[in-house]
Design a protein around this ligand. Structure first.
Ligand SMILES: *Cc1c(COP(=O)(O)O)cnc(C)c1O
Length: 464
């Protein structure tokens, strides 16, 4: 096949970078290598394939395109309009949405934008507290959402399950204008219909931020909030394996009349994204979102999503078998939250594991007496390992390696730790081996995801 214009341009770009700016080139090459060689169990990590990266790096980035398809403030938007419309149409199809805005630069902006479209400063919002698993933008005091609005928080019960009773009591007491749901560390199914009922009773709108579970929702493995919530937001780079950026989506309430009594709710979002909150859209990201949505529509994505869920269940089971306290006793999604052994904190455990090439993150657990910078828990996620095609045996091995490190690491005060050289060498070698056997695919277009025979077996066992 003859090389196309953008192919030449992109490969020329890499060559020029290598020749003319070796300093930056080495940094980028080193980062690529690091990703290849680490066992990433970071719950918020995904991975973009080379076709998503190519779209992000294409010359479409040069177009300034304020406005929306067919209604731009600049000339020269013929192809940008097509790319944006394609991203919108595909996202609607993936999520069964009636309205989608593909312009938000990130999920944080998407959440702020929904709030700006509905609320005035001083209004009350009800969101999950940060230390219970909510996101900063759900009303945390350090975030603009907690400064502009009167934020009230709900959380988990003593078993680590979402406390809908408390949510309802808070909603009836404080009468928020908006209830925000969706979390960063909750491992169980979220009952969006129940939250909508609570909102109806309290006279509130619902914003579901599904950033963490968007892939499972797209694959039909987790109930969808598209119709239950008034607004659904998600980033596109975690479980959707796309570029940095976000979506705002709506289902049956897209045409409902908004708080001003004149415009529809979706109309409110459209003008809140631009011109209220953002200027020109990141058109290269929008093109890459179209590509990522295209991949989600391929039948193989459902298999990947099932594998994500099966692998997380296996991680939880293997931790339980080794006597760990797994919060809520297991998982329904891609995340597992567990308590670190006595003598270590989440912080020291994270550092010791990273030293051996295993990436996790510290996380508070219900009733945690330690702060967010230290914590008593670790959070694992299976998005990236599943993408690499790892399955049940590899999850068992990962837990064995984690257990080895946590049992041999000794805290030396502050966030320091000690680990015997032999343990370090042994674990690092096995992590390398796993990563070599299951390389990050260049093109894991969903159709090409080929889970191991073992992974296929667990999927079959999980399919009703
Ligand atoms: C990661 C995350 C975000 C933030 O996404 P950005 O695109 O980085 O702003 C928002 N909400 C939830 C629940 C998240 O997990």
């Amino acid at each position: 096949m003859k090389q196309s214009h953008i192919e030449r341009y992109l490969s020329q770009g890499i060559q020029t970078l290598r020749q003319d700016d070796p300093q930056l080139f080495e940094i980028l090459e080193g980062e690529h290598q690091r990703q290849s060689e680490s066992l990433s169990l970071i719950a918020s990590s995904g991975g973009s394939d080379s076709s998503v990266l190519a779209a992000t790096g294409s010359t479409i980035v040069n177009v300034t395109a304020e406005g929306y398809p067919g209604k731009r403030y600049h000339a020269g938007c013929r192809f940008v309009d097509k790319a944006e419309q394609l991203a919108i149409d595909r996202a609607k199809q993936v999520f069964g949405a009636r309205y989608v805005n593909v312009q938000p630069h990130c999920a944080s902006f998407a959440n702020h934008t929904v709030m700006q479209s509905l609320l005035v400063p001083g209004d009350t919002i009800l969101g999950m507290s940060l230390d219970q698993g909510g996101h900063l933008t759900h009303g945390a005091p350090a975030n603009l959402s907690g400064k502009l609005y009167k934020a009230v928080g709900y959380g988990l019960d003593s078993r680590g399950l979402l406390d809908y009773r408390q949510m309802r009591e808070c909603a009836l007491e404080h009468r928020p204008r908006l209830i925000v749901c969706g979390t960063t560390s909750y491992t169980r199914v979220i009952d969006f219909d129940r939250i909508r009922e609570i909102a109806e009773e309290a006279g509130a709108y619902v914003l579901a931020d599904i950033t963490h579970i968007a892939g499972l929702v797209a694959a039909g493995i987790h109930p969808s909030p598209i119709d239950a919530a008034h607004f659904t937001t998600t980033c596109t780079f975690k479980q959707l394996y796309g570029p940095r950026g976000a979506l705002i989506m709506m289902g049956r309430d897209a045409d409902s009349i908004g708080p001003d009594g004149i415009r529809s709710l979706s109309h409110g979002i459209q003008s809140a994204v631009f011109p209220l909150m953002q200027g020109s859209p990141e058109v290269h990201s929008i093109a890459a979102k179209a590509r990522a949505m295209g991949r989600l529509l391929e039948p193989g994505f459902r298999d990947l999503a099932r594998l994500i869920q099966a692998n997380a269940s296996e991680l939880a089971a293997a931790l339980l078998a080794r006597g760990y306290d797994v919060i809520s006793g297991g998982t329904d999604n891609h995340m597992v939250l567990f308590r670190v052994p006595p003598g270590l904190s989440g912080e020291t455990a994270t550092r010791a594991l990273e030293y051996c090439g295993i990436l996790v993150n510290k996380n508070k657990i219900p009733g945690d007496y330690r702060g967010a910078a230290t914590t008593s828990g670790l959070r694992l996620g299976s998005n990236t390992v599943s993408l690499r095609g790892m399955g049940r045996l590899q999850m068992q091995e990962a837990v064995e390696l984690i257990d080895t490190v946590l049992h041999h690491a000794r805290s030396t005060g502050q966030s320091g730790f000690e680990l015997d050289d032999s343990i370090h060498g042994q674990v690092t070698e096995r992590v390398r081996g796993l990563c070599r056997t299951f390389p990050l695919p260049y093109d894991y277009g969903a159709a090409q995801v080929r889970p191991t025979a073992d992974a296929v077996q667990i999927q079959a066992a999980l399919t009703p």
